[in-house]
Write a new protein. Structure first.
Length: 335
């Protein structure tokens, strides 16, 4: 076994959108995720960052098999999830749980906190995958509530009686109920106040340290992704364009899109902020229903070459870049 808990290879998620014209014709697709690969080591946090609509959430749903990928492999502890049957996938999901973005809609308003957290354990117990008595389940619910910073005396309250941050803690406790190894967190703090975001991020870090979890953490907030991640992958229009350690990527961004993305984030120092040069990209993000033969960033790139339109750049580690810091850009592969 390698040290990777997750290995995603050439993942594609294309959504069929019908045919062109009223009499049929060429099939139309939305290329939400278009041939991406990455790995996640055990105990590591990989942050996936990019602007809205770039395919981040689709990656999470494809990895968890909520969407069946168009093609590619998703290896969880060496098992290819794309080839598992329904019962096998049900068993595999014990090791991989999700924390959703919106704490207001991801919890059943008719269930108490205890019922919400206990639900995964009761479902898996019914199917024979989880052996615990009702008393043991109740005890684990109380333990999980205390672990995420909620009093066990609140277990009979309903979701509407909690704040947004408390609801997200309930969602985290539910995700931990089956003792997973991997947490897929789909923008879990974007709907929270900034002060609450910090508390929830610290909670994620504390739980990871205590339980040895691995995180695939999705966010569009650059400060959040820098704080929580060990490595960062930058997405644009369904593709990963740069990946590397968080310190290396922020100190030495390589891809033109990464540079523009980082330049858009304000710096909390007026003197530094006044001297910074903002990179303003021209045009709009192209439609994801057109598959391009070349670089996905060609239309807006201020440094594009002729070859960028015709050929797809491959990942490379430029000279002088830190180990594991790779970029898909012809600026580093062609003279």
């Amino acid at each position: 076994m390698s040290g990777n808990i997750l290995d995603v290879q050439n993942l594609k998620m294309h959504f069929y959108m019908g045919h062109e014209g009223i009499f049929g014709g060429k099939k139309k697709y939305i290329y939400a995720v278009d041939d991406i690969s990455f790995t996640l080591a055990k105990g590591e946090t990989l942050g996936l960052v990019g602007e809205s609509g770039c395919g981040k959430s689709t990656v999470v749903r494809a990895v968890s098999q909520l969407y069946r990928p168009t093609s590619g492999k998703v290896l969880l502890d060496g098992r290819d999830l794309t080839k598992l049957k329904r019962d096998e996938m049900f068993s595999a999901r014990r090791d991989m749980q999700l924390v959703f973005q919106d704490p207001y809609s991801s919890l059943d308003p008719r269930m108490t906190t205890a019922e919400i957290i206990a639900e995964p354990m009761r479902i898996y117990k019914k199917r024979g995958f989880f052996k615990m008595s009702d008393a043991e389940i109740d005890g684990r619910v109380e333990h999980l509530m205390e672990l995420v910073g909620l009093s066990k005396f609140f277990k009979n309250r309903f979701p509407h009686e909690f704040s947004g941050g408390q609801r997200q803690r309930i969602g985290i406790a539910r995700a931990l109920a089956l003792r997973p190894h991997l947490i897929l967190a789909d923008e879990p703090v974007s709907a929270l106040d900034v002060s609450i975001q910090a508390q929830v991020l610290n909670l994620f870090k504390d739980i990871q340290k205590e339980m040895g979890l691995s995180y695939l953490f999705i966010a569009h907030d650059l400060a959040v992704i820098k704080y929580i991640s060990d490595r960062i992958a930058v997405m644009y229009l369904g593709k990963i364009v740069e990946i590397g350690g968080y310190k290396d990527l922020y100190a030495n961004p390589l891809h033109p899109y990464t540079k523009a993305l980082l330049s858009a984030a304000p710096v909390p120092d007026p003197a530094v902020e006044r001297k910074r040069q903002r990179i303003i990209l021209k045009g709009d993000v192209p439609s994801p229903n057109v598959q391009r033969p070349g670089c996905c960033f060609y239309d807006r790139c201020p440094e594009h070459k002729d070859c960028c339109r015709q050929s797809l750049p491959q990942f490379t580690q430029p000279a002088g870049a830190a180990a594991g810091h790779e970029v898909a850009c012809f600026l580093f592969t062609q003279k």
